[in-house]
Design a protein around this ligand. Structure first.
Ligand code: ADP
Ligand code: MG
Length: 349
């Protein structure tokens, strides 16, 4: 009874602290914060603009568009925290937003952290969350949270495979009997696909475009496998030779070629993970397949491409950009069942 009362007055939070996006799920209400992991600062004072409110969507719009006096910063990059102070300020802002009317209570919190972060960084996330207003804090490895969010039977004696393609890193893991059997992480992910498009347009069309434009191109016509109906898109950029703005019409086929060089590296990471698996689990995987999560799972045809490349059937999670956050919420809901796999202050930290 007390437990239920406590849940009612003090929301429990599940946080996916991603390189590109931070999501917060509140137990009982689902995902309530879903914003870019970006903060806008005044360059001289390093204060967050708008009295501390230029965080998330607002700050993201400023990326690549800031005048000399302002900088828009991502406190995480390539799956690691590059600016602890800013990361804490951002977390504080998002936690306040999630807690809303329950302000003043210290919510129990599960945070998914990239598999690659060091013990020092884990401690930093832990204490940042506490300073940001969280109560009891637990950390969970991102691939494990993704597998739970995707509903994979990770406690059973069969192999479950997850591949999360985020903004800065791709995390791959095979789990069985509640443990991560093999895991791998590569610094190749969504941002590198954007960069590949920037490079391609410069090389092929002598056209300079920003990374944000490249991301839009990726989302609109990007693919990993031939499309039933190939697409074209008109893009605007700066002619490198003449220095004046110019348009070009590009096709989904050529963008696919540009992306494939990067996608191949993701496929290599997956293949290496499978190679390190015990033989019994590999034969499980041929049947159970792998689940794709993260924003990168939304690239058209990536499931077909990876199935062909790895020889293990790949399927995309229903809502791949929220899988990790939903996984953390499931952990909160059944905390006693998952406590042994979570990292807490009294344990590994
Ligand atoms: P992180 O966990 O690192 O925060 P996310 O899982 O939120 O990353 O995914 C962000 C990445 O997904 C970005 O690189 C973004 O460009 C990419 N992305 C989002 N939507 C799409 C889409 N529809 N098609 C292709 N890529 C996408
Ligand atoms: Mg992620």
């Amino acid at each position: 009874m007390f437990h239920r009362f406590q849940q009612w007055v003090s929301p429990s939070l599940g946080i996916d602290l991603g390189t590109a996006n931070t999501l917060i799920a509140v137990l009982g209400s689902g995902v309530v914060v879903n914003e870019p992991s970006v903060v806008a600062l005044a360059k001289d004072s390093r204060r967050i603009l708008g009295k501390g409110t230029a965080v998330g969507k607002l700050a993201r719009q400023m990326l690549g568009r800031t005048p000399d006096t302002i900088s828009a910063v991502c406190p995480l990059s390539e799956g690691v925290i590059t600016d602890f102070k800013l990361c804490e300020a951002m977390l504080k802002y998002f936690v306040r937003k999630a807690v809303g009317k329950h302000r003043g209570f210290r919510p129990r919190t599960v945070i998914a952290v990239p598999g690659r972060i060091t013990p020092v960084e884990k401690r930093a996330v832990f204490h940042s969350a506490e300073r940001a207003g969280a109560g009891r804090v637990y950390l969970i490895e991102e691939p494990r949270a993704a597998a739970i969010g995707a509903g994979l039977p990770i406690s059973e004696p069969v192999a479950s495979m997850i591949c999360d393609i985020g903004g800065g890193t791709t995390e791959v893991a095979v789990l069985s009997l509640g443990d991560i059997v093999v895991s791998k992480s590569t610094r190749i992910a969504g941002e590198h696909l954007d960069q590949a498009i920037v490079d391609y347009l410069r090389r092929q069309y002598s056209l300079k475009i920003g990374i944000q434009t490249a991301e839009q191109i990726k989302m609109e016509i990007g693919s990993a496998w031939r499309l039933p109906q190939e697409k074209t898109l008109e893009v605007r950029g700066l002619d490198i030779v003449s220095g004046v703005p110019r348009k070009a019409v590009i096709t989904s086929e050529e963008i696919r070629q540009a992306l494939l060089r990067i996608l191949e590296e993701i496929a290599i990471c997956l293949r290496e993970t499978v190679e390190q698996c015990p033989a019994e689990l590999i034969s499980d995987l041929a049947e159970t397949g792998m689940v794709l999560t993260g924003g990168g799972a939304l690239i058209r045809g990536i499931d077909t491409y990876l199935t062909e490349q790895i020889g293990i059937p790949a399927r995309i999670d229903n809502d791949p950009m929220t899988t990790v956050a939903r996984g953390t919420a499931i952990c909160l809901e059944h905390l006693p069942n998952w406590k042994h796999v979570l990292m807490s202050d009294s344990g590994d930290l």
